[in-house]
Design a protein around this ligand. Structure first.
Ligand code: GLY
Length: 322
């Protein structure tokens, strides 16, 4: 019997102290949800979709409910799921009016011959699958609206002061959720979901729905979900880079560290990674994570123990159900 394992993240960014408890509770609850599915014999895909759906439903995170707003004050959502058995994947980008984009990504994987649907086409597909579009107002939290208003006011003030055409950098904002899992059959899967970055240009797509950037899963190697500055992550195909490091023999932790170092040196930018790697027998797996942002909430479950943390180097541990 292979030991089912899951690790989830709630985004790598400058998480304020006022949000740390909610973030940690959210990732622990999502890990438990995914692990319960694995414990009952569910697949790795079932587990990562359930865990990411739980994070999308939690307004502490920038995905589904709680997503940040683009420059026009709208929600545009990106998500991906990958099945490590056969490299099948499905993704959506620029999706609107959807509480659980990861579930639509799964439908793209299972019901179409495509890998990625965008914008209006993604929304039409969602509705064709019996998922009703909801008003974006249901997804938008007061925090996301405040952050957007602050950005717009700041941006206007800077422009009038300096008559500059450049826009100020986005300094706050949540970032992305994800999960990777190994089921009792030894199959791997990864899923990632995000609202992107506050005041992004309408139509901007980040790393999250891109195979090899926001996620990666291959039964012969491992599974990865990333979070952080999408434009940096895409340039180095961060999730695939982590996979390549594991193929070279790195542990999941080392692979995450080395890939993030490579990204920082080559293109700059900060990010976070969660990863599972197969051991030499292809049965049990190593669990790893690393981040170069101020904080990243994460939680993993295996061998009857739950681990979690949010600050660099922090790792709490307790018996599951303990
Ligand atoms: N990492 C999420 C994004 O940049 O959209």
């Amino acid at each position: 019997m292979i030991e089912p394992t899951i690790i989830v993240h709630g985004g790598a960014w400058d998480i304020p102290s006022s949000l740390t408890t909610r973030s940690v509770n959210g990732v622990k609850a999502a890990a438990c949800k995914g692990h319960e599915i694995l414990r009952c014999g569910g697949s790795a895909v079932d587990a990562v979709v359930a865990a990411v759906s739980a994070l999308e439903d939690d307004t502490a995170f920038d995905a589904g409910h709680g997503a940040v707003l683009n420059l026009k004050g709208e929600v545009e959502l990106d998500a991906i799921v990958i099945d490590g058995r056969n490299l099948e994947s499905g993704a959506v980008c620029g999706l609107q009016g959807c509480a659980n984009p990861v579930q639509v990504a799964r439908l793209v994987m299972e019901k179409t011959s495509h890998c990625l649907l965008s914008g209006r086409g993604a929304t039409d597909f969602m509705e064709s699958q019996g998922i009703a579009r909801i008003p974006d107002t249901e997804l938008v939290t007061p925090e996301a609206r405040n952050e957007w208003e602050t950005y717009v006011k700041f941006s206007a003030a800077v422009r009038s002061l300096f008559s500059s055409r450049s826009t100020p950098p986005v300094t706050s904002g949540c970032d992305t959720v994800g999960a990777v899992a190994m089921d009792a059959k030894g199959n791997l899967a990864a899923a990632t979901s995000t609202g992107g970055i506050t005041a992004k240009l309408p139509g901007r797509v980040g790393d999250s729905p891109i195979i090899g950037s926001g996620a990666y899963a291959d039964n012969t190697v491992g599974a990865v979900s990333t979070t952080g500055h999408g434009e940096s992550i895409m340039k180095v195909c961060l999730a695939k880079k982590v996979g390549e490091q594991m193929e070279k023999g790195d542990t999941a932790d080392q692979a995450a560290r080395n890939a993030l170092d490579f990204m920082a040196q080559r293109v700059g930018g900060a990010a976070g990674v969660i990863a599972l790697s197969k051991d030499r027998q292809g049965a049990a797996c190593q669990v790893g994570h690393h981040f170069t942002t101020t904080r990243m909430a994460w939680s993993s479950i295996s061998n009857g123990q739950i681990r979690w943390g949010i600050d660099p180097g922090q790792e709490m541990i307790s018996p599951l159900n303990g």
